[in-house]
Ligand binder design. Structure first.
Ligand SMILES: NC(=O)c1ccc[n+]([C@@H]2O[C@H](COP(=O)([O-])OP(=O)(O)OC[C@H]3O[C@@H](n4cnc5c(N)ncnc54)[C@H](O)[C@@H]3O)[C@@H](O)[C@H]2O)c1
Length: 253
């Protein structure tokens, strides 16, 4: 129960990774606020969080709308007694709409950059007065190894996630004096429960050096660590969770 008495706000909390993070915070005693555009999933998740014995507040919001984000963050803080921890997990790549940059529809570029980067900045900007008031805070931004290594058909996503890492560093420089830590996490391929590959071990070997696929819980573990007092002296960093994939040459094993 290391987060008892704390409130964690999770954007994209109704998604695969955000949900694992939100439930883990609840299991560790935190009250949890969810910001997500998916109304059905927000409602169900709020019930699930409450069933674990903590307070929950759900907001259905598009993170690209600053006024709405601000109103939802303020409402969550009012309902839950402030905000201590902010996790930005709303986002994702263009998925079926992704394409080579020379022919991608520019509206896709707008969407991906706006949701991932502008949305992250909006949530942090809206939450900061609440953190500064407490002279305490942990901000954890979900980026991606694509920001570091690059990937074809992901120029928009790489740019947005790279922007998140850059913003993380500058925010850490500004916010250390308020006792606020800001870090980024860059997962590699995280397997969605609804999209399990036919051969998980072969898939894992393609996407990491390990014998298993990265799970949402692997990301949640790292979030818990960065949100905890164990990471009080760590700020402005980007931590890669990719089972060693970005190390490069694998040898012939
Ligand atoms: N899944 C992976 O392999 C992987 C790898 C690296 C990084 N990431 C990042 O992790 C984060 C979570 O990804 P996921 O795999 O859980 O995806 P997901 O699609 O399951 O979750 C994303 C959540 O964001 C919400 N969202 C989307 N647009 C929104 C908007 N405009 N306003 C508010 N909420 C919005 C969705 O409703 C969804 O609940 C994303 O930022 C993604 O880029 C994922």
């Amino acid at each position: 129960m290391r987060f008892k008495g704390r409130t964690a706000l999770v954007s994209g909390g109704a998604g695969a990774i955000g949900r694992a993070i939100a439930l883990r915070f609840a299991d560790e005693g935190a009250n949890v606020a969810i910001l997500d555009i998916n109304a059905d999933a927000v409602g169900k998740l709020v019930d699930e969080i409450r069933s674990r014995g903590v307070l929950a507040h759900g907001s259905v919001v598009d993170v690209r709308d600053y006024a709405a984000v601000k109103a939802c963050v303020d409402a969550a803080a009012e309902a839950l007694g402030g905000i201590d921890i902010v996790v930005n997990a709303a986002g994702g790549s263009a998925r079926k709409r992704m394409d080579l940059f020379e022919r991608i529809d520019i509206s896709v570029v707008d969407d991906v950059v706006d949701i991932n980067l502008r949305g992250t900045l909006y949530v942090i900007h809206a939450a900061l007065p609440h953190l500064i008031r407490k002279n305490y805070g942990k901000i954890i931004n979900i980026s991606s190894i694509i920001a570091i290594g690059g990937k074809a058909k992901c120029v928009d996503y790489a740019a947005a996630k790279g922007g998140i890492i850059a913003a993380t560093r500058s925010l850490a420089i500004e916010l250390g004096r308020h006792n606020i830590n800001v870090n980024a996490l860059s997962p590699g391929q995280v397997q969605r429960p609804d999209e399990m590959p036919a051969d998980p071990v072969a898939f894992a070997h393609r996407h990491s050096l390990m014998n298993r696929i990265c799970t949402q819980e692997d990301v949640a573990h790292a979030v818990m660590f960065l949100a905890s007092s164990d990471a009080d002296y760590m700020t402005g960093q980007n931590y890669v969770i990719d089972g060693g994939r970005s190390l490069g040459l694998r040898g012939d094993s």
